[in-house]
Design a protein around this ligand. Structure first.
Ligand SMILES: Nc1ncnc2c1ncn2[C@@H]1O[C@H](COP(=O)(O)OP(=O)(O)O)[C@@H](O)[C@H]1O
Ligand SMILES: [Mg+2]
Length: 145
């Protein structure tokens, strides 16, 4: 099931992420966040983290590739950015498969870098720039828990 969300501005992105958070809280999920540089993948993850109760600042794991944030209700939010992944063999040193099986909420930017290692039941979210500077379209493909 595919659904488009038109998002105008940062506040609307925060509201959108908060809505997704209500579906995810207490569940594990893999979110494959697709879209160009600047389309809002990290901004969405920051808003999702806030809505899930993360109080630490969430920064882009550009060089570390992965960051973990414990959630107040148990479990973790895991944030990956695979842009700089050397190759699929690097997934092992990242602990990629362990993260996927952890039952945590796992957000993955640049999921295409992991080739076909992204599980088929992941929720795919495609981010795209909209008509104005602050507008975005997010296409959600997959069942929210
Ligand atoms: N509606 C919006 N949603 C998300 N980001 C927005 C929006 N409007 C403006 N922006 C800005 O666009 C940029 C998105 O960057 P970022 O989230 O790092 O993108 P990505 O992780 O996809 O490369 C940020 O500077 C953010 O402030
Ligand atoms: Mg990013």
């Amino acid at each position: 099931m595919k659904k488009d969300f038109a998002i105008n501005g940062l506040e609307a992105m925060r509201d959108f992420a908060a809505g997704i958070a209500t579906h995810l809280a207490g569940h594990g999920a893999v979110l494959a966040l697709e879209g160009d540089l600047g389309s809002g993948k990290t901004t969405f993850t920051q808003a999702l983290a806030l809505a899930l109760g993360v109080r630490r600042p969430v920064t882009s794991p550009t060089f570390t590739l992965v960051c973990e944030y414990p959630l107040p209700g148990g479990g973790r939010l895991v944030h990956m950015d695979l842009y700089r992944l050397g190759g699929e063999s690097d997934l092992d040193s990242l602990g990629f498969h362990e993260y996927l099986q952890s039952g945590d909420i796992v957000c993955i930017e640049w999921p295409d870098r992991a080739g076909d290692e992204i599980p088929p039941d992941a929720i795919r979210m495609h981010f795209a720039h909209g008509a104005s500077e602050d507008s975005r379209t997010v296409t959600v493909d997959g069942p929210l828990p």
